[in-house]
Write a protein that binds this ligand. Structure first.
Ligand code: GLN
Length: 199
C-alpha cells in the first residue's frame, strides 16, 4: 500500500514519517505521475491560499478531484481541511470542493492560535486524543452525508464523508498515531473494495 503526502508546501515530512509503517510506503506527491502511484492521499497543514495556487500551477487540482470521486481515500489536516471543503465562510477562496462542508479559517481566535486539547473521539477508542491546533479552521456547516467524529467547544473538528476525512488539528505533530491508523484502514478498505469489484 502506498500513501501519498501532497508535497507542494506545509508540514510534509512529519506526515511522511507518521504514515510510514512496515507495510505502508509513504510517497511525497509533487506531480500527476506521483499521484498515479498512490492508493490514498494526505493534504498536510500549511497555508491554504498558497497551496490552491500551487495546485493550479502544477495542474494537480483536477486529477486529485477525479481520483477522489473514483474512490481514492483523501485526508486533509488543518489547511488540508480548508482545501477539501466546499467553501470558506466569509471569503471568496477557491477550494477543491470534495466534502460538503463550509469551514471558517483561523476560527479559534487569536488568543488561542495554538493549543493542545484532549478530545474524546469514539472512532479512535476510549482514550482521549491529544489534538494540536495551530491557527485551525472549524466546520461551520456540514451536509447530511457528513459524519462528525470529533468536536471542540461544540464545533466539528474531525469529519468524514465516505472516502474523505478531515481534521482541524495536526495528528502528525504528536506521537499518537491513531488518526493515521484510522486513515490507513480507510485506504485498506478501499483497496479491498476495488479488488472485489474487479473479481
Ligand atoms: N491558517 C491556515 C490557513 O488558513 C491553516 C493553518 C494550518 O494548516 N496549520 O490556510
Amino acid at each position: 500500500m502506498r500513501i501519498g503526502v501532497l508535497a507542494l508546501q506545509g508540514d510534509v515530512a512529519e506526515h511522511v514519517r507518521a504514515v510510514r509503517e512496515p507495510r505502508v510506503e509513504a510517497l511525497p506527491v509533487k506531480n500527476v505521475e506521483d499521484l498515479a502511484r498512490v492508493d490514498g492521499l494526505v493534504i498536510p497543514g500549511g497555508e491554504s491560499t498558497t497551496v490552491m495556487k500551487l495546485l493550479d500551477r502544477f495542474q494537480l487540482a483536477e486529477p486529485i478531484a477525479r481520483r477522489v470521486r473514483e474512490g481514492m481515500p483523501l485526508w486533509g489536516t488543518c489547511m488540508g481541511m480548508i482545501v477539501i471543503a466546499r467553501d470558506v465562510t466569509g471569503a471568496q477562496q477557491p477550494t477543491l470542493d470534495l466534502m460538503d462542508i463550509s469551514v471558517r479559517r483561523n476560527a479559534f481566535g487569536r488568543q488561542n492560535e495554538s493549543a493542545e486539547v484532549s478530545l474524546a473521539i469514539s472512532a479512535l477508542g476510549d482514550k482521549p486524543f491529544p489534538a494540536v491546533f495551530i491557527r485551525a479552521p472549524w466546520v461551520e456547516r456540514a451536509g447530511r452525508a457528513v459524519e462528525t467524529l470529533g468536536e471542540r467547544d461544540g464545533h466539528a473538528v474531525m469529519v468524514r464523508q465516505e472516502n474523505v476525512l478531515a481534521t482541524s488539528f495536526h495528528p502528525e505533530l504528536t506521537g499518537d498515531r491513531r488518526v493515521h491508523e484510522y486513515f490507513i484502514r480507510m485506504v485498506r478498505d478501499a483497496l479491498v473494495g476495488k479488488r472485489r469489484k474487479i473479481a
